[in-house]
Design a protein around this ligand. Structure first.
Ligand SMILES: Cc1cc2nc3c(=O)[nH]c(=O)nc-3n(C[C@H](O)[C@H](O)[C@H](O)COP(=O)(O)OP(=O)(O)OC[C@H]3O[C@@H](n4cnc5c(N)ncnc54)[C@H](O)[C@@H]3O)c2cc1C
Length: 471
């Protein structure tokens, strides 16, 4: 049997990997990794994730070595080169086919279609597997046969139709006999425009991911429903970077939940079921990307919002990016993002709403800034989250519901611990004052006054949205 190429992309693991299991089933496997740094950078991925990805590939190579599977590494400029690069590898190694796990944004679908076509034209086989989702996009549709544009009915259908088969873990390939091909040495990550954050914050690879899942389930999951909204508490799993690059699978997460929750995903422990719901959100946004591909083209999900009069405000945008808006909860969150490559979900909502509503700055600028910094930067979830906050997306926050950042701060960081951690200049203030520091208490500190007035900014956003309705 000729060897099979296993093309790894955002599925950097050997356990529960559907494409890898299927490839190994056919005989010897040669792993391939195409590193397209210029392409990723052009698409806005920043140094933090590129570094995490590179470390994830190194961990994958070690794991593959344990199975006797060589990893061939190629640098390309653009994924347009993928078909020819993979075909060349197939010719050089005598491989008869390529397997990969599907990815769903428009460009990735086009890239994979081109690979399948090129292999077919060359008389070879190319197979994409649905691994990152329980249901392939198109499998869950409304009664009218449309893609869901609202989460709750999607989640209901998801739970109703989920079967043991969909949740079954894929086999880990057994070690294979040598096929006389050596792994390529992995090239170091070249210097990038931004310096990545210290990688020790996010150790890469399957072992690190499994360890995080284990600790989350053991210590935090049962309190998740009550604690997940409080950024000063480590109440969430912090698995998003690992899920985004496939160092752990959603099935592994849910199997662990089943084991802890008497075999149920929808009922039982409130913390565990709330957590499952977040994993369903992750899948929902992938279906949205396929069902409503305009969202992948920088377009609004809600078409009528496309005419919104966003403001050109470079100074405001800079203040937001740098955590200098004068709204402590916004500033603390933005500093957390830049320093750690991660931001708490509650604060992603608060900061995204602040940019798109209080500053009335186009959400796409914020989306791009997040992608540049997030270790977990993932198109579907990021786009979904931003469009939700800007009231242009699925399940959009009604435009008139605009978070008051100070109220969010007092509610979700009641003792100001998170604020003190990220804004040391406010740490000495009495707790109440940290949420909205009065100028006279700031002494010599250069902490800025609010760059907009909440009430006035709210009215301005409401007017902009109302004008849309009048169109
Ligand atoms: C403006 C905005 C931008 C976002 N950008 C991203 C992004 O680029 N990448 C990303 O993975 N998530 C994104 N999210 C979703 C969410 O904030 C993160 O997934 C979550 O904060 C990650 O922390 P965690 O792993 O501790 O999550 P947990 O609370 O432990 O949740 C478990 C997993 O479920 C998934 N998940 C949780 N919430 C959501 C959600 N709202 N939408 C989709 N999936 C979710 C993630 O994979 C997460 O790891 C964004 C949300 C908003 C509001």
């Amino acid at each position: 049997m000729s060897p099979t190429l296993m093309w790894f992309r955002s599925d950097l693991r050997i356990h529960d990997n559907r494409a890898l299991a299927a490839a190994a089933h056919r005989g010897p496997v040669i792993a391939v990794y195409l590193r397209a740094l210029p392409h990723w950078q052009r698409h806005g991925h920043g140094a933090n994730q590129l570094d995490f990805r590179a470390r994830g590939v190194a961990a994958l190579e070690t794991a593959l070595r344990g199975l006797g599977i060589p990893l061939l590494h190629r640098d390309i400029d653009d994924f347009g080169e993928a078909p020819e690069t993979l075909l060349t590898i197939a010719r050089e190694t005598g491989a008869g086919r390529v397997h990969f796990n599907r990815e769903y944004p428009v460009d990735e679908l086009a890239r994979d279609a081109a690979v399948i076509e090129a292999f077919r034209a060359a008389g070879l086989e190319a197979r994409g597997h649905h691994d990152a989702v329980a249901f392939a996009p198109g499998e869950l549709l409304t009664g009218k046969g449309d893609y869901y544009g609202v989460f709750t009915p999607f989640a209901r259908a998801w739970h109703r139709q989920l079967s043991a088969e969909r949740l079954a873990l894929a086999d880990t390939p057994p070690p294979q006999a040598s096929i006389g091909i050596e792994s390529d040495p992995l090239p170091a990550l070249p210097a990038l425009a931004d310096t990545p954050i210290d990688g020790r914050q996010w150790p890469a690879g399957e072992e690190a991911a499994a360890d995080r899942l284990e600790r989350f389930l053991r210590f935090r999951a049962r309190h998740y429903a009550n604690q997940r909204d409080f950024p000063a508490i480590r109440g969430t799993s912090e698995l998003s970077p690992y899920l985004a690059l496939g160092m752990i699978s959603w099935r592994q997460c849910l199997q662990a939940v089943l084991a802890k929750n008497d075999g149920s995903l929808a009922e039982g422990d409130a913390g565990l079921t709330a957590w499952v719901n977040e994993l369903v959100w992750r899948e929902f946004y992938r279906h949205v990307a396929v069902g409503f591909p305009r969202v992948c083209r920088h377009r609004a999900f809600q078409r009528h919002t496309e005419g919104l009069a966003w403001r050109d405000d470079d100074a405001g945008f800079r203040a937001w990016c740098e955590g200098r808006t004068g709204y402590p909860i916004v500033d603390a969150a933005m500093r957390q993002l830049v320093a750690t490559g991660w931001m708490h979900n509650r604060l992603r909502m608060v900061t995204a709403m602040f940019l798109s509503k209080h500053l009335l700055i186009d959400w796409r600028r914020g989306e791009a800034f997040f992608l540049r910094h997030l270790v977990d930067g993932e198109f579907c979830a990021n786009n979904g989250g931003w469009q939700w906050a800007a009231s242009t997306g699925t399940d959009a926050a009604p435009y008139f519901r605009i978070f008051n950042p100070t109220t969010q701060s007092t509610r979700f960081d009641p003792d100001g611990t998170f604020l003190a951690e990220w804004l040391p200049e406010l740490a000495e203030l009495p707790v109440k004052a940290r949420h909205a520091p009065p100028r006279d208490l700031l002494g010599g500190s250069d902490y800025p006054s609010p760059i907009v007035d909440h009430k006035a900014a709210r009215l301005r956003a409401l007017e902009a949205f109302k004008a849309l309705k009048a169109d």
